[in-house]
Design a protein around this ligand. Sequence first.
Ligand code: AMP
Length: 288
Amino acid sequence: MERVVSVDEVRAALARLRRDGRTVGFVPTMGALHDGHLSLVRASRRHADVTVVSIFVNPTQFGPGEDFEAYPRDLDSDTALLADEGVDILLTPTVDAMYPPGADTHVDPGRIGTVLCGAARPGHFTGVATVVTKLFQIVTPDIAFFGEKDYQQLKILEKVARDLDMRVRVAGCPIVREPDGLAMSSRNRYLSPDQRSHATVLYRALATAHDAACAGETDAGVLTRGVRETIDREEGVELEYAVVVDAETLDPVSVVQRPARALVAARVGSARLIDNVAIPLPGTGPSR
Ligand code: AMP
């Protein structure tokens, strides 16, 4: 694996690797890697000839008072994990290189970036869309892999690629969970053992909505209420939102007639956690 820091270096390394029409897969991350990230790397290794991973804690997607400074950083262990996975290039750009003085062009994903997590974190998805667009320009991947764990982010990046006529294919990968159901997240490191066990309520609550939908419930209000009530009963977990939305547009739905998704965000101690599940259509099987 080659670790590169500058845009010129990554372009030169890719020029060497991209010979004979070899395809490039790309996995952008903020590091502090876990099996969720590695599942994206493995998907890229399966679907593309060359795999590029970036680690960049992007300041422009953190709001004032958020955890940019405290965000876990563990470059040595991340580098070893990625080398073991057979990654070809690890890109670790500096903040100054990504945002030189005067770099104030933004990619605004529109309304879908202002709801749900975008309402709680104004400007977050503009920061995400901008940095991912920049990374796409640098790496020029054929296919880029993102986790369904950050479902709104995935839908926004699909839309940005479509709206801006990018030739990259944006691919979504399933959520990787701990054995007790908690979605893997770099922010789980903020949780005390007690908080860690309370946090499992998010998946348990989402599972009730999924199971109710499997049993034929199509009233989104009923599904949402079940999720909300389960989370509200849990000590130490402060619900921010629980919704059932259209799986593509993220618009609220009242009756599940098209593919839908249940999404939650909650605070547990200092961590803001998110999770989601597919809500199956009536008459279709489980899809959790
Ligand atoms: P992050 O480092 O948190 O910015 O995440 C980098 C990528 O990994 C994003 O596409 C995330 O959606 C994805 N990811 C994070 N956690 C998981 C998980 N538990 N399962 C699948 N993908 C994940």
